[in-house]
Every structure is written in C-alpha cells, then in structure tokens.
Design a protein around this ligand. Structure first.
Ligand code: URA
Length: 242
C-alpha cells in the first residue's frame, strides 16, 4: 500500500520551512510534482517516489535522520530550555524539527550524543532491558585502587533500592603528583548522574567526563567539540542490530 502525504507537510518536513511559507511557494507556482507545477498545497503525493522540486531544487524525503554530535560543555541535552543553549541549537542549518537527543549528558559532560527523530530506535537504545553499554572516559580526583575496581564489578551502591549493575572501571593512567586517575568506565544502565554518583561512592569526584561510545556507536575522533555528522549506513545498521 502506498501511503500518501500532503504536499505542504512533505515540503515543510524536507526543508524545515513552516506550512504557511511552503503554501506561499506553491501558490507562486514554485513547486513542481513529477514535472508539473503543483496546483494546491493539500494535494497528496507519494513521498517515496514523487519527484518534487521547490524553487528549482530537487527535494528528497527522509523520514528519519541520525546525527552523531561531539557535545561540548555548556549545552543541555534537551530540545528547548529557558536558560541554556541546547544540543539541538548546535545543528544550525539542519531541519531540526522533531529532533531530540537519545538520552542525556549533563551540561558539563562532553562527547558522544546521538540525535535523531527515530523514537523507536531511541527507545531501544535507552530501554533498561537492552543493557546497551556506554563507555566514558573520566578523570577522578583520587587514586583508584583494586578494591574500587572490584566494587564496580560487583555493583556500586549509589543510594538506590538496588545496587548498580556490574560495571567496569579500567585505569588508563595515574597522576601521582595531582592524585588523579584517568579511567574508562563502562555501564549498562542510565541512572541520573550515574557516573558521578558511582565515583562519589568510592570517595571521588569526577573532574572531567566524556562519553566515548554507546552500544556499537563510537565517537568519531575527527569531530571537534560542537561538530556533528550524519551516521553512516554501517553505523546505523550495527546500532539497529543490537
Ligand atoms: N553519568 C553522569 O554522571 N553524567 C553524565 O552526563 C552521564 C553519565
């Protein structure tokens, strides 16, 4: 069955323009469907096969879009906020309607954030039942011991009804002078401020926190803070097959 879509909805979703803006363009005869100027903004088109142009440019419809963002500090993981800039603001120039971040990173956390309009994929990645692994690089203000590593493996008590699920704490390097440890932490849950609370449970504060991966998706080292790119087909297929 071919699902038909209203032309003005299609135009607005492809371009990010409002319905009234695209309606005006249709009225001016600047939109064609299969080579013929569109007569009315409410005509139905097949979004998968109709050839649509607007202002001479060929449009293509993508139902879902997927961006990998290297989140910088100072941005909130939300779609809008009265006080702070949001991660969606970083995708300026894109059609950001319906986009949202998959999960949250704190305002001072940096690194991998997936941004999409695909609610089903987001739900799958965030579902506690799926145990999607997330790896973070962190600098902790203390020297990590073997007991700390064992505690992470067993399940840290962060004051909730249940212990955290087993997590890995791997020391990357120790700065004896400063008394800091650089570590990789992998968790399979997404509790509020989980990494910071796990660090607090071993008597340390997190000085720096960066997400490196989520499931099979790994932060592209070519992305500087604030930069983003589309996911590749391979990245998307691997994420979906989790
Ligand atoms: N854990 C935290 O404490 N903060 C984050 O941003 C992500 C995980």
């Amino acid at each position: 069955m071919v699902i038909k879509m209203r032309l003005d909805k299609y135009l607005s979703e492809c371009t990010g323009k409002t319905r009234s803006q695209v309606k005006a363009l249709v009225k001016k005869g600047l939109v064609t469907v299969d080579g013929v100027p569109a007569k009315s903004p409410d005509m139905k088109i097949d979004e998968t096969s109709s050839a649509v142009t607007m202002d001479g440019k060929t449009l293509s419809y993508e139902k879902y879009v997927y961006y990998m963002l290297n989140k910088p500090e100072g941005y909130v993981s939300a779609t809008n906020d009265n006080l702070h800039k949001t991660v969606i603001d970083l995708l300026s120039g894109e059609n950001t309607r319906d986009l949202f971040p998959v999960g949250r990173l704190d305002i001072d956390t940096v690194g991998l954030l997936l941004i999409t309009n695909d609610g089903a994929l987001s739900h799958d990645l965030l579902s506690p039942a799926k145990h999607v692994a997330k790896t973070y690089e962190a600098i902790l203000d203390g020297i990590v011991t073997d007991e700390d590593i064992t505690m992470f493996k067993t399940g840290v008590d962060i004051g909730e009804e249940k212990l955290c699920k087993p997590a890995t704490l791997k020391v990357v390097d120790i700065d004896e002078n400063k008394g800091h440890s650089r570590v990789y932490i992998t968790i399979t849950e997404g509790k509020f401020h989980q990494i910071k609370r796990m660090a607090n449970a071993i008597g340390m504060d997190v000085l720096f926190l960066k997400r490196l991966s989520m499931g099979s998706l790994v932060l592209d080292p070519a992305l500087s803070p604030g930069e983003y790119r589309r996911l590749t087909e391979d990245e998307l297929n691997s994420l979906r097959s989790k």
